[in-house]
Design a protein around this ligand. Structure first.
Ligand code: ATP
Ligand code: MG
Length: 801
């Protein structure tokens, strides 16, 4: 008969089919870039559902970014229809947050714990470094932070580290104390840092076998994309989840004998595990990724099936040959060759600019030419090794009116005013988070200085209450009346916001509670007014950013009518670089090569292909560094479908100085016949060997008119450029498509029981009841497709039928 998943296998090659239809315990798919690893994983999920070998709720699929998760979910839905509901498709971090929110109470946290991002962790560590006087031993907050992070990725804690450390060394002792103190502070603040999200779930599973078992029974099929970049903690998590349920009853002394406690007769197997990866694309060793997770998979999961994919469906043969040639210079790899049947394609285009502006102008002009040739801007991407390289590209793109989006880079959520606003929300959601409360204590200015802050902390310690509760007792602090009034006001506003956003148990806050509460906090504390009153032009941009955040909260409410303040904070905390990609439609995407992982574009520009950039100069001293840089370059090159450009600049202004750049060694590793140089390094040099130095000298002088292109010896890319002011609100644009063009106002829509409406997301439904008044009117609607929902009439995307 015909397989129920026959249509899902259409167009797949033999090994791809094998991977999709395999039904054993462990499957490893190793393959080069663009060979369909992610596609196969997606189809495998669809096939498991279609053949009824799995219910949606039994599937846990792990992707590298939230965006990739969204795409996979959508693709599976397309393939099999709406049954994709209930599956867990997410990043490691999101999956672990979900588990922790359910289980936190088992080990001393509450559901509303805060997630500390790296900025938060650094702030906390900075304070502790000071308190422990660790700086006298040459420790810096960043140094301590990365050491702690590395240890956590190895699942080490302060105690286990101390056992292996040389504790006669005072610096080691201080570090151990600091690490332990950091962990205590997190626990006290009811907070997890990023590494904890994974590590604490592993801890939870090991400490509470019955909790682990409930997830082992639930997730019967686990699939992990980009497995080459998993670290030890992630590896351990997968190990825990794939054990047979009931398998970690405490080991019996002497072993054997007491079979009565062993597996029940109908013991289940562990979940089936599928991992896909490419060791040539392992680019996160610096963050603890361990390639052995892939190379030793067959040892860890005996009997695993291994599928190799070698046909590439993404790129032309020229692009693949270049990628193969470069990566074959890594000595520590198994040789594998990618091939394609789409043909040679165009040659790879090389370009050498005199300066990075010159290089950027070339890129901008080429994007224009490509667009005229029928390639959409959204199908073009420009990569660079470090974020700082985007500056020159942006300047030229703005001048040349080429629409672009920066992915990652200046991050919206790292801006001071956004962090302040989020700290206000955290202070409401998780009052135990002392750092959040301290952050907003004197923002805006309330006359609360260090002395008062210390007094509050001391009072809290003396009374055994939280810092937040100490605020509520301002009168007992013995501070001046003006300061006392300031504290009392802050306390009152926080309490008011809390009443709005965190209602008593069982009661559902209105969907707009988060946005309304945020607005209330920003206005009643006088935060926004203080910015408005400022003469600093940047403060205007800050107000815009805050408006943007409120809009993000409104949109969140629209998409998650029952989403709470904790859900909102979670979503914000887990936004990653790559997730900005969502709204790149109609513009060229600019990003680092790290962010580019897993993506593909018709045309790709890899810029700054110079020694000290790629390979980056910091890699020279790291063991395995240059190899990792080569893999990163390989990742960049293999993103291209049809057109690949490799460009560099002879001189580059960086870190405040102008340096003469050398072409990257990776360029020399590409066979010359694959490339067509529009302007080669030789062309540039032959125009006078001393030119670049002469140009450097001229660059600094303000008002130098001719600039790089002066002297009549350069082409159209020579014009010198006066740097443009940085656009303050440029990073707002990345939200442009996520936010409704205008916030809807149905304030005066007359609705009553029996009326029919149509909602943008939920479709048609019938109004059962209308409650509340004015701006707070709520329609209780029974939707034909999704059932009962409560909607705030004023802003819900609805129309009356
Ligand atoms: P990377 O290593 O970059 O993550 P990958 O191995 O995950 O790449 P995919 O992104 O799944 O590869 O696939 C690359 C491209 O090839 C996609 O556009 C995908 O749709 C296409 N593709 C994969 N398999 C086939 C096939 N059998 N027939 C046609 N196109 C395919
Ligand atoms: Mg992939």
């Amino acid at each position: 008969g015909v397989r129920p998943d026959e249509d899902l296998l259409e167009g797949l090659n033999r090994p791809q089919r094998d991977a999709v239809t395999f039904r054993g315990q462990a499957l490893l798919i190793v393959a080069g870039a663009g060979s369909g690893k992610t596609s196969v994983l997606t189809r495998r999920v669809a096939s498991l559902l279609r053949t009824k070998d799995a219910w949606p709720s039994q599937i846990l699929a792990i992707t590298f970014t939230n965006k990739a998760a969204g795409e996979m979910r959508e693709r599976v839905s397309q393939l099999i229809g709406d049954r994709a509901q209930g599956m867990w498709i997410s990043t490691f971090h999101s999956a672990c947050v979900r588990i922790l929110r359910r289980e936190a109470e088992q080990f001393g946290f509450t559901k509303s714990f805060t997630i500390y991002d790296s900025g938060d962790s650094r702030a906390l560590i900075k304070r502790l470094v000071k308190e422990h006087e660790a700086d006298t031993y040459g420790m810096t907050p960043s140094g301590v932070m990365s050491r702690i992070s590395k240890l956590k990725n190895e699942l080490a804690d302060a105690e286990s580290y101390a056992r292996s450390a040389n504790m006669t060394d005072p610096a080691e002792r201080i570090f151990v104390e600091l690490f332990a103190d950091y962990q205590r502070s997190l626990q006290k603040a009811n907070a997890f840092d990023f590494d904890d999200l994974i590590g604490q779930v592993v801890y939870l599973f090991r400490a509470f076998p019955q909790v682990a078992d409930s997830y082992r029974r639930r997730f019967r099929h686990i699939l992990v994309d980009e497995y080459q970049d998993t670290n030890h903690a992630q590896y351990a998590l997968i190990r825990e989840l794939t054990r047979p349920p009931g398998s970690d009853a405490p080991p019996m002394a002497g072993g054997g004998g007491m079979m009565i406690f062993d597996a029940e007769p109908d013991a289940e197997d562990g979940a089936s595990l599928t991992v896909v990866g490419d060791s040539d694309q392992s680019i996160y060793a610096f963050r603890g990724a361990d390639i052995r997770n892939i190379t030793e998979f067959e040892r860890d999961y005996p009997g695993a099936k291994v599928v190799l994919l070698e046909q590439n469906y993404r790129s032309t043969q020229n692009i693949l040959n270049a990628a193969n040639a470069v990566i074959s210079h890594n000595f520590d790899r198994k040789d594998k060759k990618l091939w394609t049947d789409v043909g040679e394609g165009e040659k790879i285009i090389g370009f050498t600019g005199y300066s990075q502006h010159d290089e950027a102008q070339f890129v901008a002009d080429e994007t224009e030419a490509l667009r005229k040739a029928g390639i959409d801007y959204s199908q073009m991407a420009v990569f660079y090794r470090t974020n700082s390289q985007s500056r020159a590209l942006e300047e030229i793109f703005i001048r040349s009116a080429v629409p672009y989006k920066i992915m990652g880079g200046t991050k919206f959520y790292e801006r001071a005013e956004i962090k302040d606003a989020l700290a206000y929300l955290v202070a409401v959601a998780n009052p135990a988070d002392e750092m959040a409360v301290r952050r907003i204590l004197n923002k805006p200015r309330r006359g609360i200085g260090d002395v008062t802050e210390t007094a509050i902390a001391r009072y809290a310690a003396d009374e055994g209450i939280t810092f937040r509760d100490a605020l509520a007792n301002a009168s007992a602090l013995g501070v001046g009346p003006k300061i006392q009034a300031g504290i009392a006001h802050l306390d009152a506003v926080l309490a008011e916001a809390s009443a709005l956003m965190v209602p008593s148990t069982g009661e559902l806050p209105p969907p707009t509670a988060v946005a309304d509460g945020l607005q209330l906090l920003l206005s009643k504390t006088g935060y926004t007014d203080a910015l408005r009153a400022s003469r600093d032009p940047q403060d205007e941009a800050r107000v815009e950013n805050l408006d943007e955040l409120v809009a993000v909260a409104r949109e969140f409410a629209r998409n998650n009518p029952e989403g709470t303040i904790v859900d909102f904070l979670t979503e914000v905390a887990l936004v990653s670089d790559a997730d900005d990609l969502e709204d790149a439609s109609g513009s060229v995407s600019l990003m680092t090569m790290h962010t580019a992982k897993g993506l593909e574009y018709d045309a790709v520009f890899v810029t700054g292909v110079e020694e000290d950039l790629i390979p980056h100069r910091i890699s020279a001293n790291e063991p395995g560094g240059p190899q990792e840089e080569r893999r990163l370059f390989y990742v960049g090159v293999t993103r291209a479908r049809k057109r690949l450009y490799l460009s560099l600049a002879m001189t580059r202004a960086q870190f405040g100085e102008v340096t003469v750049a050398m072409p990257s060694r990776f360029l020399q590793e590409i066979p010359t016949e694959l490339m067509h140089w529009r302007q080669s390094p030789g062309d540039v040099n032959s125009r006078g060997g001393t030119q670049s130095r002469a140009l450097n000298a001229r660059r600094g002088g303000p008002g130098s008119s001719g600039g790089f292109g002066g002297g009549g010896n350069t082409g159209r890319y020579g014009a010198d450029l006066v740097p443009l002011p940085r656009r303050e609100s440029s990073d707002i644009s990345k939200f442009a498509n996520r936010i409704p063009a205008k916030v809807r106002d149905n304030g005066d829509m007359e609705l009553g029981p029996g009326d029919r409406i149509r909602h943008d997301d939920f479709g048609e439904g019938k109004v059962d009841l209308v409650t509340g008044e004015g701006a707070k009117r709520v329609a209780h609607v029974r939707f034909d497709r999704v059932g009962a929902k409560k909607l705030l009439i004023k802003i819900a995307p609805i129309e009356k039928l």
